[in-house]
Design a protein around this ligand. Structure first.
Ligand SMILES: [Zn+2]
Length: 420
């Protein structure tokens, strides 16, 4: 593997520390080998040094590769439901290849898939069969009868039996079995529908979730399997509160969270993944009228509630629900986090070291420091002053994953240095 010296970058290291201009970062054997003032970083003496690529990055900002903690890589935004049901599984899997690729090109080097991708997706990326973010997967969503993961017709016909189909259960004992089943299939996370949502036909943000006793059974059983975390799709206040009390690790969406639960999340260190990209997206043309009505009602209150949560200082991790929204503009979420109350520096932490902490991989990724995996993003944008510009993947000029350059649009720029 070619070593890489990124020379004279402005480093935002993912910890929230102020930018360090005039920094060199040396990458060797897949890891960040050294970080220091420009001109001081040298390769260790080696009798047989391999190739070294030097990138003159003056004027550009280097960040850790980002982590998107809520994606559905196998979902196609706006896909026709009937066509999806009728499609062979192989088509749905292969259709996800460009989604993975676009996510990586956006600057996301790690992602958590919260239903749809099975463990084969994770392994295909690990083995280098496809380019994409390294994945943690939940595989499917655990749901009560009539809940957010119950997509049977009114007459009880199962429309989807593929990897992403919801697992329906209806008592603590049944949920224990469902947890064991999804972990048997290779899940890194257990996802539950603690409430319904706007995208399901018969549940609402305030109804259709697991009872608190069922949530506790899920959390307890997942913890017994080497500390597997639980991610709760939770939109209404009561369901969010029950999920937090039951001990889930992350609240997904959290749209109508109340003040008491915000306090409790702060005390317990429960993560919020607010998926603002999805909340604020326009309703698709041709969507059923119940979708638009549910979404409009929710959106009015959710903006205010999420602002309260984001300014309360609880742990926040970046997640987009890409798959519901387009793949490949994941970093648009950063500006939305800022619009809803985080500082740009805090939004960057939510997308890097914070997200890595939630995913339990902060000893490997999420910061730029010696010994970390070399997951890096080099951009023309100053994220502290122009964070919205990061939504455009073209502004992400270089992506490094595990020390390999996986996206490179610098060739032209190297002929015309940015310093000019
Ligand atoms: Zn989702």
């Amino acid at each position: 593997m070619t070593d890489l010296l990124l020379r004279d970058v402005r480093l935002l290291d993912g910890t929230g520390a102020p930018p360090a201009p005039g920094t060199d970062v040396l990458v060797s054997d897949g890891l960040v080998a050294a970080v220091g003032p420009t001109g001081t970083v040298v390769r260790p003496a080696d009798p047989d040094p391999g190739a070294l690529r030097v990138v003159d990055a003056a004027g550009r900002t280097l960040l850790p590769g980002f982590l998107d903690c809520h994606v559905h890589v196998s979902s196609l935004p706006g896909a026709d439901a009937l066509a999806t049901v009728l499609a062979p599984e192989s088509l749905l899997t292969l259709r996800a290849v460009p989604h993975l690729s676009a996510t990586l090109d956006a600057g996301v080097t790690t992602a958590r898939d919260l239903a749809g991708a099975d463990s084969g997706f994770r392994e295909a990326v690990e083995q280098g069969l496809v380019r994409g973010p390294r994945l943690q997967v939940a595989i499917r969503i655990l749901s009560v009868t009539g809940g957010h993961g119950d997509w049977r017709t009114v007459d009880g016909v199962a429309l989807d039996t593929g990897p992403g189909a919801g697992a329906v259960a209806d008592s603590p004992a049944e949920f224990v079995r469902a947890v064991r089943e999804v972990i048997r299939q290779g899940a890194d996370w257990v996802k539950v529908a603690a409430t319904g949502g706007t995208g399901s036909p018969r549940s609402t943000p305030e109804s259709g979730g697991l009872s608190e006793a069922e949530l506790r059974a899920v959390v307890e059983e997942a913890a017994r399997h080497g500390g597997v975390g639980v991610a709760a799709h939770a939109q209404g206040a009561a369901g969010i509160a029950a999920a937090v009390r039951a001990g889930v690790r992350s609240i997904e969406h959290g749209y109508l969270v109340d003040d008491a639960t915000i306090d409790l999340m702060g005390e317990r260190g429960t993560w919020l993944v607010p998926t603002l990209a999805t909340l604020t997206r326009p309703v698709a043309a041709g969507a059923p009228p119940w979708v638009e009505a549910k979404r409009r009602a929710l959106r009015e209150q959710a903006g205010e509630r999420l602002h309260a949560a984001l300014t309360a200082g609880i742990p926040v991790a970046l997640g987009t629900d890409a798959g519901v929204v387009a793949h490949g503009s994941n970093l648009a979420e950063l500006a939305l986090l800022v619009e809803h109350g985080l500082s740009p520096a805090a939004a960057l932490v939510a997308g890097t070291s914070g997200a890595a902490r939630m995913l339990g991989v902060d000893d490997q990724v999420g910061t730029v420091a010696p010994g970390r995996r070399a997951d890096l993003v080099l951009t023309d944008v100053d994220p502290l002053t122009s964070i919205a510009a990061l939504a455009d993947p073209r502004r992400v000029r270089l992506v490094v994953q595990d020390g390999r350059v996986v996206k490179d649009t610098l060739a032209d720029a190297e002929r015309t240095p940015a310093r000019a």
